[in-house]
Design a protein around this ligand. Structure first.
Ligand SMILES: [Zn+2]
Length: 101
């Protein structure tokens, strides 16, 4: 019984994450193109914005599955390693060490 509740909650979380990204995408399409961006002010040019590589991912991030233990973690907080041409995300350094050997 409890397992079914957990299954339901996990499914709900996945659906909510998907819905949120879709809604965000649609909102961007409607508001982002017509409205002039407030970031295009003269004062902002003094500090060039670096790429997303160095800046932290906004809270929430993207959910990725830990290939070792199967836990879903946010890319904002996950430990990551680059192997086999793609980035892998882990819930802890323990799982990462297990994965990398
Ligand atoms: Zn893990």
């Amino acid at each position: 019984m409890l397992i079914r509740v957990i299954e339901f909650l996990v499914g709900l979380m996945v659906v909510l994450t998907m819905v949120r990204s879709v809604v965000g995408f649609i909102t961007k399409m409607y508001t982002g193109q017509s409205a002039t961006s407030p970031q295009q002010r003269a004062g902002n040019t003094s500090r060039p914005q670096s790429s997303s590589a160095s800046s932290p991912t906004p809270a929430g991030g993207e959910l990725k599955k830990d290939p070792v233990c199967g836990t879903f973690i946010s890319t904002a907080t996950a430990f990551q390693t680059y192997a086999g041409g793609q980035t892998h995300y882990f819930c802890s350094t323990k799982c990462r060490d297990k994965f990398t050997g």
